[in-house]
Design a binder for this molecule. Sequence first.
Ligand code: ADP
Length: 398
Amino acid sequence: MNVLVINCGSSSLKFQLINAETEDVLAKGICERIGIDGRLTYQPTGGEKEKSDKAMPTHTEAIQYVIDALTNAETGVVKSLDEIGAVGHRVVHGGERFASSVVITEDVKKAIEECNELAPLHNPANLIGIEACEKLMPGTPMVAVFDTAFHQTMPEKAYMYGLPYEYYEKYKVRRYGFHGTSHSYVSKKAAEVIERPYDQLKTIVCHLGNGSSVTAVMNGKSVDTSMGLTPLEGLVMGTRSGDIDPAIMEFIAGKENLDIEGVMNVLNKKSGVFGLSGELSSDFRDLTDAMNNGDKKAKIAMDVFSYRVAKYIGSYAAAMNGVDDIVFTAGIGENDDYVREQVCSYLDYLGVDFDKEVNKGLRGTQKELTKPGSKVRVFVIPTNEELAIARETLALVK
Ligand code: ADP
C-alpha cells in the first residue's frame, strides 16, 4: 500500500509518498509560502527535482498540486489517487488523550483541536492539513501520528512539575515531550543493531536538530524526556533557550521593557546557539566555520550546547539506574562530529570508550562510535520520521 505522509506547518507542507510494504520512497517534496504566494518542490525517486511557483492561497491548493504532481502522466509516480491507500499525518500535540497513533474520525479531530492551546503554532496547521486532504481525497483513510504519544508512558514523577497540583487538574500543565516518533524509531533501530531485545534495554536518544531533545527509553518505553509542556524546555537549541532560571523572565522584562509575549519571543526565537553566538547563526555549519576561524562566541555556543546534552545524559543514566547505549540522531546528531566528541568527552565515567577516529568526519550514516568492548555503546543512527509515520499508518489501516 502506498502511504502519503504529510507534515503540515502554518505556511509549509512536506510530503513523501512511501510504498509502506517495501518501504521505498516513491516521491517527496515540499510546498512553501502557502498563504503568501506558493512554491512547489517535487522530486520523484530517480528523477529530476522540479521547482515551480504556484498560487497557494490555502493548504487545499497546496495539496491539490501535490496530488497533481504525484499523478502527472510524465513525472508522476502513480496513475491515480486510487493508488494511494492512506494518508499519515504528523500531529504535534496529542495531550493526554493519545498514547498511540489513531485513525482520524470527527471525534479525533475535535480532540486534536482541544490540544491547540498546548501547541498553538503547530496543531491548528496540522488540522488544516487533515481537512484539506479529507476534502480532496474523500474515502481515503487518514491516520494521525503524534509527537507526544511515545512519551505518554512517562511516570508521574517525571511528568509532574513542582507547581500547584491544581494547575495539572485544571489546565493539564505537565510535561509531555516531543519528537516521540523519532525517539521511538531510533531506539528500536538501536536495539536491532545491538541485537538485544528492545524491552530489556536502557537507551538514551539524543535527537539534535533545529529543535533538540533527549529521551530515556527503558525496556521499550519513554520514561523521561527533556522537552516539557512545550518544546521550549530542556536542551539549548537553535534559537530556543531550553532550561533557564524562571526568574530571568521577570528580570529581563524589567530591564528590556518587554511584556510576557516579548520575553517569550526572546526565549523561543532569539536565544539558544543563535543568541549565544551574538546572533551569528542557529545553523551548526555556520557556527563550526566561525569557531574554526577563531570566533569565541561561536565556540561558547557549541560548548554550552554540548555540555547541556552531556548533563541530560548523566541525569537519564541516573533515572534509569544505568544505560546500555546512547544514540545521536537528527541534523546535528547525525552530522556534527565536534558536538558528538564534546558530548562524549564527559562520559568516560559511564564506561563510554569513544573512538575519535571513527567519529571524525562521519556524516549521515549509521555507525558505532565506541571501541569494541566499550561498556556503554554509542551510535549514530539517522532518524526517519516519515518512514515511521508510514509504518504506523499501514499498521492501522491494514
Ligand atoms: P528539523 O527537522 O528540526 O528542522 P534537522 O534535524 O534537519 O532539523 O536539523 C537541522 C540542523 O542540523 C541545522 O540547523 C544544522 O544546524 C544541523 N546540520 C545539518 N547538516 C549539518 C552538518 N553537515 N554539520 C553540522 N550541522 C548540520
